[in-house]
Design a protein around this ligand. Structure first.
Ligand SMILES: [Zn+2]
Length: 380
């Protein structure tokens, strides 16, 4: 909330002026807190820009958030789709599936996101948690990039991600070394995130496409081990001081939920070795599976009800044109919300976001302060 300035007309008697200021301040405060209470959700997973670094103006996006969405974890996309004339001629691709040309890491996305954030008033800034994404997770220097971004734009970032290790069709298209969960470069990144308090949002498909282990129908019979599960588990265990959000619960566009998906998640959430692990249920693809049948919805609801502190709602929308398109995932999830306890529903939509991002914000600000970098005043 913007602080009440306390300024008023000096022509009025002092006592009346003081009473008037108090009344106005209380009114502003009441309205503000009322608005806070009225928000239906926070969005832990949102892309302001797309694969060619185009998107919507952050001020327009604030209007789209309106009075429904309180806070948003804000990032671009770290990968730029190259427009190769040799490949697609005059056709300008805007998505990675539209050309055979490679993707490359576009580090300027971090400066772009930081400047968008800094163009907001302080009150508006409070509704965003910008994230650093413009690093190559296969590069031993990636952690140095993150450090440099924090020092260049102090007072801005709360975390890193969404960044990607294994993603169907994408990982193999990226120029340079292919990313790996076993690469020490990734360990350096997660070590540094833990040291600073940066929240980590990682996209990693749990399996490869078209594996027989996957199923659209939820099952309690585990299939063969999905390809990337054990590597991901080892990574999370190697970094117990780093808070990690596994995006989309490991599901991809073609990588369907594995057999006994809920059971696999449950076993990790019940294991103290994974107490630093959270899941987001963002993306239309994930929502599609969750509401595909009453059994699937009930199974997911049971899991969230048993572990209400460990799941975050997110949209995974990219530069949406209006609120209806922005909140289509939220609408799709309505049958799931209906099966949650009031406590689990509140935590999934609002509370877990606030707890995790508030913690990250204060830790990162403390780290920046200890480094001697001060954040400049926001635009008022
Ligand atoms: Zn993702």
């Amino acid at each position: 909330m913007r602080p009440c300035s306390g300024r008023c007309h000096s022509a009025r008697p002092f006592a009346w002026c003081a009473v008037a200021v108090l009344l106005v301040c209380n009114l502003v405060s009441a309205q503000s807190s009322k608005t806070q209470d009225q928000f239906e959700l926070n969005d832990s997973h949102f892309h302001l820009t797309n694969y060619i670094q185009q998107g919507i103006d952050i001020h327009d996006f604030l209007k789209i958030m309106g009075t429904k969405v309180g806070r948003v974890a804000l990032f671009g996309i770290p990968l730029q789709q190259e427009w190769s004339y040799q490949n697609s001629g005059d056709f300008a691709p805007t998505y990675y599936m539209q050309t055979d040309a490679p993707l490359y890491y576009y580090s300027f996305t971090d400066a772009y996101i930081a400047m968008a954030y800094r163009s907001l008033t302080r009150e508006e800034q409070g509704r965003f948690d910008p994230m650093i994404t413009g690093f190559n997770p296969a590069d031993m220097y990636a952690a140095d990039h993150i450090r440099r971004v924090l020092k260049t734009f102090p007072g801005v970032f709360s975390g890193i991600g969404e960044f990607t290790i294994h993603k169907e069709f994408v990982s193999s298209k990226i120029a340079g070394d292919v990313a790996s969960l076993q690469n020490p470069a990734l360990d350096r990144i997660l070590d540094f995130a833990g040291e600073v308090g940066l929240l980590v949002i990682i996209h990693n498909d749990i399996d490869t496409p078209f594996s027989p282990n996957q199923s659209d129908v939820p099952s309690s019979e585990p299939g063969p081990q999905p390809v990337y599960l054990s590597q991901m588990q080892a990574l999370i265990k190697r970094h117990p001081k780093t808070t990690i959000v596994w995006a989309h619960t490991g599901v991809g566009r073609i990588v369907r939920p594995i057999k006994a998906h809920a059971l696999t998640l449950e076993s990790m959430l019940s294991d103290p070795a994974f107490s630093n692990l959270y899941f987001d249920i963002s993306w239309t693809e994930v929502a599609k599976y969750v509401v595909s049948s009453p059994e699937a919805t009930q199974l997911t609801a049971n899991l969230i009800n048993r572990h209400p502190d460990r799941f975050l709602f997110g949209t995974d929308e990219v530069a949406p044109p209006d609120q209806q398109k922005y909140l289509r995932v939220y609408e799709t999830y309505k049958p799931l919300f209906a099966l949650l306890t009031p406590d689990a529903s509140q935590k999934l939509r609002l509370g877990n976001y606030e707890r995790l991002f508030d913690e990250a914000r204060s830790k990162v600000r403390a780290w920046e302060k200890a480094q001697g970098v001060d954040s400049p005043e926001a635009k008022q």
